[in-house]
Design a protein around this ligand. Structure first.
Ligand code: SAM
Length: 306
């Protein structure tokens, strides 16, 4: 399957990064290279490193950015190792979190409840744990916790029980087998029409398989550490759990001295590390939503290193 992905809020991201032609930039979620292409074509004397843990994405992006040899470098790896891949200081870092359309729409990657494929969901095929291992191996209570915490699914307990009952008969091997089990947890009125009842559970499993939330805060802090003064960090999120981590991390980094006003000198030693450029997240414009409905939940937050 040909790699494709619509780059969400590309215009707003490029504006947010304040690109200098001779600057040094990092795209932590290279995907098909759409955002990276827009950064690279604005550089003259500058450099861009693109990181993705999915080898298919790296191959596609290398092809797309082949014209920028010497300026662009692609790395196949996890952005949690950002410091190992790029030397500080840098002038801008972009995170466009989550999965690409290519990953979602490739049945054999096992991300989608709409396509039948093996229960996989690993962004990197070198990772040791797949959705099959989680669904067939985790204890019921642990499954329920993941589905509740990462999927914000109110039927989490029931879904976990049904999964355990089904796998006692035989292992759940495919996305469609899992989807059929999940649907049984919902009353008929919620099973049809409206949002697909599998959406939240599939999101939860994907987050668990890829450890998405566990690494995010540290990666954001590493990126801010690596920024030169005046450098920008821009982050696009696609669900409230991610957005909360970005919002709270940026807010914390933007907080200075917390000493009581009654103390004459600061004893806490805290200094603001960033200035918030977006107090409220930026969302996609109507024209973009009409072209790509996957932009709908996207939120862009931007901060500048002091
Ligand atoms: C939404 S897509 C990015 C699309 C890209 N901005 C574009 O314009 O084509 C997210 C990408 O980030 C990658 N990804 C997600 N988490 C990652 C991580 N922790 N480290 C490296 N890559 C990651 C995924 O494999 C996926 O290809």
């Amino acid at each position: 399957m040909e790699f494709y992905h619509y780059s969400v809020m590309a215009k707003q991201c490029i504006a947010a990064l304040n690109i200098r032609p001779d600057g040094r930039y990092v795209d932590c979620t290279l995907g098909g290279g759409g955002h990276s292409y827009e950064i690279a074509r604005r550089l003259k004397g500058g450099t861009l490193v693109g990181i993705d843990r999915d080898a298919d994405a790296v191959a596609a992006a290398k092809k797309r950015l082949a014209g920028f040899e010497g300026l662009f470098r692609a790395v196949c790896g996890n952005f949690s190792d950002l410091r190992a891949f790029v030397d500080a200081p840098v002038d801008g870092v972009l995170f466009d979190l989550g999965v690409s359309s290519y990953q979602l729409d490739t049945a054999e990657r096992g991300f989608s409840y709409r396509l039948d494929g093996p229960l996989d969901m690993r962004m990197s095929r070198n990772d040791p744990i797949s959705a099959y291992d989680v669904v067939n191996g985790y204890e019921k209570e642990e499954l329920a916790r993941i589905i509740r915490d990462y999927g914000e699914e109110r039927y989490a307990g029931k879904i976990a029980s049904l999964i355990c009952a089904a796998r006692r008969q035989s292992p759940i091997k495919t996305t469609f087998e899992l989807a059929n089990v999940i649907k049984k947890a919902f009353p008929p009125s919620e099973r049809y029409g409206g949002k697909n009842p599998c959406k939240r559970t599939f999101q939860a499993l994907r987050i668990e398989v890829n450890g998405e939330l566990k690494i995010l805060e540290k990666a954001l802090r590493d990126a801010v550490d690596m920024l030169a003064p005046g450098g920008r960090i821009a982050v696009i999120t696609f669900h409230s759990l991610e957005d909360r981590i970005v919002k709270n991390t940026f807010r914390d980094l933007a907080t200075g001295c917390t000493c009581s006003k009654n103390i004459p000198v600061c004893v806490c030693g805290r200094r603001e590390r960033v200035k918030l450029i977006t107090r409220k997240p930026v969302t996609a414009e109507q024209a973009e939503l009409e072209q790509n409905n996957r932009s709908k939940p996207a939120k862009l937050r931007v901060a500048e290193k002091l």
